[in-house]
Design a protein around this ligand. Sequence first.
Ligand SMILES: Nc1ncnc2c1ncn2[C@@H]1O[C@H](COP(=O)(O)OP(=O)(O)OP(=O)(O)O)[C@@H](O)[C@H]1O
Ligand SMILES: [Mg+2]
Length: 741
Amino acid sequence: MPDDLFTGLNPAQQRAVQAVDGPVLVLAGPGSGKTRVLTHRVAYLIRALQVDPYQILAVTFTNKAAREMKQRLVHLVGEEAAYALTVGTFHSLCARFLRRDSVHLGRERDFVIYDGDDQERLMRRVVRELNLDEKKYAPRAMLARISSAKNELVGPAEYARLNRTYLDEIVARCYERYQQLLRQSNALDFDDLLVEMVHLFEQHPAVLGHYQRRYAYLLVDEYQDTNRAQYTLVKQLAAQRHNLFAVGDNDQSIYGWRGADIRNILQFEQDYPDAQVILLEQNYRSTQAILDTAQAVIAGGGKQKHRKNLWTDNGSGTKVSLHEGYDQDAEASFVADEIARLVASGEVSYGDCAVMYRVNAQSRALEEAFIQHGLRYQIIGGTRFYDRKEIRDVLAYLRLTANPYDNVALTRVLNWPPRGIGERSEAELTRWANELGVPLYQALREIEVGTSPFAARARSALLGFLANIDQILTMRNSLPLTDLFDAMMICLEVRETLLKEYDSEEAEDRWRNVQELRNVMNEYNHLPLESQLSTFLEEVALVAEVDKLEDKADAVTCITLHQAKGLEYPVVFLVGLEEGLLPHSRSLNEREQVEEERRLLYVGMTRARQRLYLCYAFRRATFGRSNITTRTRFLADIPKELLAQTKQQRKTTAPPAQSSMFTARSTIAGPPPKTAARPPRPAAPSSPTFAPGQHVHHPTFGDGVVVSSRLIENDEEVTVKFADKERRLLASFAKLEHLTG
Ligand SMILES: Nc1ncnc2c1ncn2[C@@H]1O[C@H](COP(=O)(O)OP(=O)(O)OP(=O)(O)O)[C@@H](O)[C@H]1O
Ligand SMILES: [Mg+2]
């Protein structure tokens, strides 16, 4: 036997590779080599047992994992055999099988697969057709319910039977109609791929028999995150030969919210009574320090079945760092500084580092810090902050506010928020503006005053848009940037629009992104009023551009915790370890959901090989408001002595006085920047020392602008607009400083 199959495997792993007949469950902790064993087992089947690679089916959790597995197998078994294997995700495999066999379901082979946008458009049609109120029955929300039903293999009829509330009835009707329309278009959505496959196997035993014979060997990675439909598929395929090899870790089950059922792995032995269960206990990925810390977190969740031991002889390594930053920007800055330091020391490269977070909006602060520090980075999965739809829409309005003649910005948001301006009206407007030889905004003005080619309905919709723009324009020169922004959000009903367009969770995420943009603006409020918006837009444009030009090779990886599953990096930063983020505020109601968040943290921690940083911020601005945070409860389960704690001194200014996206923020507190020498306050001023419009600094509330000031008794009462709100202060107590510049 060629020995490279086994040289890299310990005895337990070798046993797992060689335990060929019958079902096998490898239940083991992170980094114990489950994925490696699965890969080697494929090679073993081919090389040692002469199994035809055509008979092997391996299921991975992501397409990326499938590609990586194939690459490894090219080395182990050669190209020809590697290409004859079937490796993919449940979805990609089902799509492939259905292309071949969906005729048995009376379906054309060339069905199309609808993505999220297509689905939404279709559901919108359904909701309208059924004369339902789109506000009450948001298409996205309907789709989310239908998706859960599909993952549970519950069809429209059964859904109607099982669910009896009024809302359920509506969902059932939408579900039924949605499926009809999909069918008419010869389309399947993602969930249908699994559902149809299960149906095909149920209804056509001959087809199932074909697949059962063909795939004599089944291997499934990340088995703990299979949902009902996937679990059923595996069961169907394995029913004859029982050659199922599943690997997983119940402590890493993190997709419950998407229908994954942890019981699938816990009940493996009941499902397959002849199963062998193999435990792997040596971790090859992480240092002892990282492992101990991660174990402490998962153990804090109490006892579970199959408690696994995990040890490593990788050495104790550097202590896990626990870092408190002042706010999310300081946190990001710390991460960037630390990465720059490690890279400069020659210890690691950018590509060795990953930053993981709970929600995509958290990447904004990181992206900016990386750009400031000139660090290469890439955002995995998530769209880069400034590329997100809601951000681009809002930015388009801001661009219009700065320059109403910006045609690109104008066409982008002409019908967002939706006001019934269709493609036809837009084309007509463009044509007409060309004819008049004026920018679109000017053409809109013309509609207002004179004759235009538009029918009454289109005309009033276009004028509605114009009225919005003009209303915002009138505020442009009188409000500080963040106030202008808030007024704009109200005028355009952005939040309400998002709630209409998306289900409540997604709308909340997108609204959070929009508010994140407002957080950025805070830093421009201190500039002269007339240059705030333009400076802001200039710098945003630069950030967006720099980002595009980046060479992605050897870049820091920014990734959500959910997407980081199965991956590993020498250096890992977990940021935002605060209550409300992790555990996410959505999960606080149910214990089981909080436990899933705990596992998510565990998954994140166990991605690290050499260095792990746990970070949280003392304050965090969410939804436009900066609040003091509470660090996540899970940190309490880590014994203090396992951690090296660092804490940023409280910043004396927040936000920094002359800040912009490109002024480096120091992570360590420094003297307040650019402050005038502080004269001792005279006890009883005879005339106000503060005047409206002056920029001032307060040790606690940060920078602000004086709104008004008046003398009272023997003091001066100053009203100051700070980043968060307006405050009335007594000058003798408030220690207000005048800011120069
Ligand atoms: N016997 C071994 N000798 C040396 N390195 C090993 C051995 N087994 C696994 N490794 C290495 O340890 C790391 C973790 O392995 P792998 O990714 O397969 O773990 P896993 O159990 O799948 O982890 P996760 O649960 O996070 O998916 C990989 O870099 C792998 O190459
Ligand atoms: Mg793995």
